[in-house]
Design a protein around this ligand. Structure first.
Ligand SMILES: NC(=O)C1=CN([C@@H]2O[C@H](COP(=O)(O)OP(=O)(O)OC[C@H]3O[C@@H](n4cnc5c(N)ncnc54)[C@H](OP(=O)(O)O)[C@@H]3O)[C@@H](O)[C@H]2O)C=CC1
Ligand SMILES: O=C(O)C1=N[C@H](C(=O)O)C[C@H](O)C1
Length: 272
């Protein structure tokens, strides 16, 4: 019988890092073979299970990503843009599937991921959940069905530790809405309203980011017309949905050649 794919988790002490470690530990389809943290972190050298306050898992936390990646078939990476760029090059060197959940990357940083994907499968999505990726498809369809008499607004709500806005998910939804209207989001995006803004520009897609408490992640796409409005909504109540999606991507990636993929590819969702 073929050995289960070995997975490395980066940003091991983070909210998603810990959720990913739990998810892989409980899975019968993959094994945890490495965990990476930043040099100088308290957890370096400790068993990851013990560091997380539970039973030992037989995997020590390292600050040497290349050594960890060399023994792995996939790397799951929910960290920060600069770290993800470094990990992309190292995953390419190790020919390991690179699953990227990190958000807040600039267009230039996203472009810089390209060369690494010539050497390994790279699967990136601002949201790895089934529900959000379905919502993206629905958003594109509704935007295509309605004209600019309906104003489109994307509203996202997250915990008070989140560092980037709009969220990666909000941008996915905005891009899908713009595509549905046959436009580029960059040309019609309206992000920071403050003061005397003037009336809303017809055809724009607006973004609002709310931050507070421990909210996992909520997204509304509002289509507001005269006398009626339509709201498409996703509410995440458990980070496990992102971890399950990322693990699915890491396993799916084992059968793919080098290149860039997203969760629509992994989940086999219908036409864009
Ligand atoms: N695509 C999706 O489905 C989802 C994406 N996300 C995204 O995942 C990312 C992480 O979220 P979350 O877990 O909540 O964040 P946390 O801040 O809890 O965790 C981030 C982790 O990455 C590590 N890290 C940050 N910068 C570096 C670096 N330069 N080198 C090495 N390690 C680094 C941090 O280490 P340290 O603490 O030492 O800085 C920390 O362990 C965010 O971009 C978030 O938006 C989150 C949920 C779902
Ligand atoms: O930082 C988070 O927490 C989340 N980030 C992702 C995003 O930016 O959309 C996904 C999810 O909403 C949680």
């Amino acid at each position: 019988m073929a050995e289960l794919p070995g997975i490395v988790v980066t940003g091991a002490s983070g909210r998603m890092g810990q959720m990913l470690i739990e998810t892989i530990r409980a899975s019968e389809k993959a094994r945890l073979v490495g965990v990476v943290e930043r040099a100088g972190h308290d957890w370096i050298g400790q068993d990851i299970g013990a560091a997380m306050g539970g039973a030992e898992l037989g995997v020590r936390v390292t600050d040497d990503p290349l050594e960890a990646f060399a023994n792995a078939q996939a790397v799951i990476d929910f960290t920060a843009p600069e770290a993800t760029l470094e990990f992309a090059a190292l995953a390419a060197q190790a020919r390991a599937v690179h699953v990227i959940g990190t958000t807040g990357m600039t267009d230039a940083q996203i472009a810089d991921l390209g060369p690494a994907a010539r050497h390994c499968p790279q699967i990136r999505a601002g949201n790895m959940s089934l529900g959000v990726n379905l919502l993206v498809q629905l958003t594109r369809q509704v935007a295509a069905a309605l004209d600019a008499d309906f104003d489109i607004e994307v509203i996202e709500v997250h915990h008070n530790k989140k560092v980037d806005a709009p969220s990666g998910t909000a941008l996915m939804l905005g891009e899908a809405a713009a595509e549905g209207r046959g436009q580029n989001l960059a040309d019609i995006s309206d992000r920071g309203r403050d003061g005397i803004t003037g009336a809303r520009k017809r055809g724009d897609i607006g973004f609002t980011a709310i931050r507070g408490g421990d909210i996992v992640g909520e997204h509304d796409v509002l289509f507001a017309g005269e006398g009626e409005r339509i709201v498409l909504r996703h509410m995440a109540t458990d980070r496990a949905i992102f971890a399950r999606g990322a693990l699915k991507a890491a396993i799916w990636g084992q059968d793919q050649g080098p290149g860039q993929y997203d969760m629509v590819d992994v989940l086999g969702l219908s036409a864009r």
